[in-house]
Design a protein around this ligand. Structure first.
Ligand code: ARG
Length: 460
């Protein structure tokens, strides 16, 4: 008994292990809804051009609907012998409606079928991921607006640099995600072309209407070249690359949250429901969600490398290698969707510890640049001002005083240009308020930036 789908030219059945080794049904059954969606459009197109009768088409659509219901109820029996999702569904259809089921594959190959299925699948998942991203961004923008004047230290080299507002810091994350969202839209735009009709590789002799199929499936247009259509997987690579960048960004937020939640920083309170405890150390509350997001970035980077390597040097057109595109792609989708979801759930409930952030900003001589700018305004060249303030900082370290805690007389030892108005710029509030231009950390600017961000989000 040779394979019923293609066994005609074979003289013995497939080796049982080879059948298992080559089968993809265990993982590609995830494509069932999109496979059925593609088949419905294909059947309608074949009917429109007269290859199928309307009665045949009706049978096919009814049969496919029954198959879908069976799969969704969990009653469908997936079979390894039938290799993949496509042949499993086709065989079930034929078992239901008889010989007409066998006509569905007219003018089509699994090569263009699978290329269509993954695009339909990925298009939906990009939309789902986009929805979660928007939810996360809305949470961040809301948090930023609520903390436009909450002061924290800004860092370079993880050393206290200049005071910033917490809202400003959070909006930096939002900007990264804004570009990420755009990248996904870009991937979506390029993948949204219909490969169906390429058949195995060269096209088909039937009078197909690819524009009609494209329209039925919501694709912008049919693809231009049949060889390219069945072998192109760069949309999957592009998606995974965009996903890797998203995970890279989220790993940065994660790292900051993990640091901030530590007893050493105490900048932030993570709600208990996003943390777990330790089985041995009763005092522990671990920031598991950010840690896992940080950790999961690794698998998405790995999938990107898998897909690039999978496609490297493949001759045209379809090769069975391409079956290996699915697991990395599916896992990228799952990891992204779940990681963004976890962050979207958590973001609105991040609670900054204001006194602790404020104190940290005060402790690190974070207004030293402000003092330098002040002396420059009094007519001293910036390089000399830098030197003057450096000495004042050294004195502060020695005496345990912040710049704002020194007396006017103490400060005047470093420059006689310093007068009583210096204390306006030495406060944290004065420092952030002075950065008052687009992109700056002044509370006024943060409020305006949050408003612009939220307007952009509402236009999606
Ligand atoms: N399961 C295959 C895949 O995922 C479908 C296409 C197989 N085509 C073929 N001629 N073997 O790529």
């Amino acid at each position: 008994q040779t394979n019923s789908s293609w066994g005609g030219r074979f003289s013995e059945p497939t080796d049982a292990f080879v059948a298992r080794y080559t089968a993809s049904v265990d993982f590609d059954q995830r494509l069932y809804a999109h496979d059925i969606q593609g088949s419905i459009a294909h059947a309608k197109m074949l009917t429109k051009v007269g290859v199928l009768t309307q009665a045949e088409c009706d049978d096919i659509l009814r049969g496919l609907e029954e198959v879908r219901i069976e799969i969704e109820r969990g009653d469908f029996k997936w079979s390894i012998e039938l290799e993949d999702v496509h042949m499993n569904i086709e065989a079930a259809l034929t078992a239901k409606i008889g010989i007409t089921g066998k006509k569905l594959h007219t003018g089509r190959s699994r090569n263009d079928q699978v290329a269509t299925d993954i695009r339909l699948y990925l298009r939906d998942e990009i939309d789902n991921i986009g929805t979660e991203l928007t939810r996360l961004q809305e949470g961040l923008v809301g948090l930023a607006a609520a903390h436009s004047d909450t002061i924290m230290p800004g860092f370079t080299h993880l050393q206290t640099a200049q005071p910033v507002t917490f809202g400003h810091h959070i909006l930096a994350w939002n900007e990264m995600l804004e570009r990420d969202y755009d990248r996904l839209l870009d991937v979506r735009k390029r993948l949204n072309h219909l490969p169906l009709g390429a058949a195995a590789l060269a096209g088909t002799t039937y009078p197909i209407d690819r524009h009609y199929t494209a329209e039925l499936l919501g694709f912008t247009a049919p693809t231009e070249n049949s060889l390219d259509s069945v072998s192109d997987r760069d949309f999957a690579i592009e998606f995974t690359a965009a996903g890797a960048i998203i995970m890279m960004h989220m790993s940065r937020f994660s790292e900051e949250l993990v640091l901030w939640a530590s007893a050493q920083f105490q900048f932030i309170h993570l709600p208990d429901r996003f943390c777990t405890g330790s089985s041995i150390m009763p005092q522990k509350k671990n920031p598991d969600v950010p840690e896992l997001v940080r950790g999961k970035s690794g698998r998405v980077y790995g999938h990107l490398m898998s897909l690039l390597t999978l496609m490297k040097s493949q001759p045209l057109a379809y090769n069975k290698d391409n079956q290996e595109d699915k697991e990395p792609l599916f896992d990228t989708v799952d990891t992204l969707r779940d990681s963004i979801r976890a962050f979207a759930d958590m973001a609105p409930y991040l609670e900054p510890n204001k006194p602790s952030m404020y104190e940290a900003a005060r402790r690190g001589f974070s207004t030293a640049t402000d003092l330098a700018d002040y002396v420059v305004v009094k007519g001293i060249p910036f390089r000399d001002a830098h030197e003057i303030v450096g000495k004042a900082v050294a004195y502060g370290i020695e005496t345990g005083k912040d710049l704002s805690e020194m007396t006017l007389e103490e400060l005047q030892k470093f420059s006689d240009q310093i007068t009583a108005d210096v204390f306006d710029v030495l406060t944290l509030e004065g420092s952030v308020a002075a950065r008052d231009h687009i992109g700056g950390t002044a509370p006024k600017q943060v409020i305006a930036a949050a408003k612009r961000a939220s307007e952009r989000l509402s236009k999606r």
